[in-house]
Design a binder for this molecule. Structure first.
Ligand code: PEP
Length: 258
């Protein structure tokens, strides 16, 4: 646990939602407010189809654009995949790697999460590495769960210097999209374990710097409880962030609690 304040990151994950006609009106509503706020980093992850348009609409603003996935090679015969090199070239800032839905529905292995993280970093993208906790009860955090193994596997071969461009998202699988968030205390415990693990893998200095986000049914009602925990430095938000008003409120909460 630490008193050091890391700059919070509020990341919306639109998943495969939003129609083409909804994208620019959403951004038009959000950008002026994000420009006024300076206390948090803000990004939206969207399906590839919208990314170039979103990057263009947010040029010279504080709102960053993220991809929801990227391949582990720059180019080649990988029909249907997206190149991290191409994402970087169009101006995408972040990429979410290893989201639970990618792991569960698209057979994303720890090995691939590692390769994708390395490829994204090599191309100058910032990475949010998603770890999904499969706990059976809200308030129990088992230090030996899959999360720490996922963490070690995702970061294998990644230097302390490269880690500067990485944030970790901790998401209990049962909380994603379910309307049942973890308790803030359980999320804080998990974040402490992740940070401790980073300390062992790298150093205290590295572990204190890295941002750890909580994700899983974050709403405007519960966000403050998560964001006021010492080791939780942001939120990854799916459903609530589909509404621009709620997304803006979450950004305000992140600033107020840090
Ligand atoms: C997510 O997309 O990772 C997520 C946490 O979604 P939701 O906020 O809808 O639970």
């Amino acid at each position: 646990m630490t008193d050091m304040k890391r700059r919070p990151l509020v990341l919306a994950n639109w998943k495969m939602n939003m129609t083409p006609s909804q994208v620019l009106p959403y951004l038009d509503q959000v950008i002026p407010e994000v420009e006024k706020d300076t206390g948090a980093d803000v990004a939206i992850a969207a399906q590839d189809l919208y990314l170039a348009q979103m990057v263009k609409a947010t040029t010279n603003t504080r709102l960053a654009i993220a991809a929801e996935n990227a391949h582990w090679t720059d180019e080649g015969a990988y029909t249907g995949e997206t190149s991290p090199k191409a994402l970087a070239e169009i101006g995408v800032s972040y990429v979410l790697i290893g989201h639970f839905e990618r792991r569960k529905l698209f057979n994303e292995t720890d090995g691939r999460v590692n390769l994708k993280t390395k490829a994204a970093l090599k191309n100058g993208l910032k990475v949010i590495v998603d770890l999904d906790e499969d706990m059976s009860t809200y308030d129990t955090v088992n230090p030996n769960t899959v999360v720490l193994a996922q963490l070690r596997a995702a970061l294998a071969g990644i230097s302390a210097e490269e880690l500067d461009q990485v944030a970790i998202a901790y998401e209990p699988t049962w909380a994603i999209g379910s309307g049942e968030a973890a308790s803030a205390t359980a999320a804080q415990k998990a974040a402490v374990l992740i940070r401790q693990s980073l300390k062992n893998l790298y150093s205290s200095g590295v572990a204190e710097k890295i941002r750890i986000l909580y994700g899983g049914s974050v709403t405007t009602k519960n966000a403050a409880a998560f964001l006021s925990q010492n080791d939780i430095d942001g939120v990854l938000v799916g459903k609530a962030a589909l509404d621009p008003k709620q997304f803006l409120e979450l950004i305000d909460i992140a600033q107020a609690t840090h």
